[in-house]
Design a protein around this ligand. Structure first.
Ligand SMILES: [Zn+2]
Length: 87
């Protein structure tokens, strides 16, 4: 008797800690190409409900990397305040 407990492909991603991840959409900051930083809105991510680690899927990571290489024009340019807790 093999395969009764074969794992189904799990639609919910699992963290390396074994926790389940929730799908969220977040705004992240990347190093900017012609600016100190660039904001990217609506980035799909998975957040572990156990340890809180944020992960990006491979297709999302590829898109973020290509943004860093200037693949796409920004839809908006904003001046953002910068704070420094070291001061
Ligand atoms: Zn985790």
């Amino acid at each position: 008797m093999n395969g009764d407990n074969a794992r189904l492909a799990d639609a919910v991603p699992t963290c390396s800690c074994g926790g389940h991840c929730a799908q969220i959409v977040m705004t992240i900051t990347l190093p900017g190409r012609n600016a100190p930083a660039a904001l990217v809105r609506n980035v799909p991510a998975e957040v572990c409900q156990n340890c809180g680690e944020t992960q990006f899927s491979i297709p999302v990571t590829v898109r973020l990397m290509s943004l860093l290489q200037g693949s796409q024009q920004p839809e908006d340019v904003a001046i953002v305040p910068v704070y420094n807790l070291a001061k």
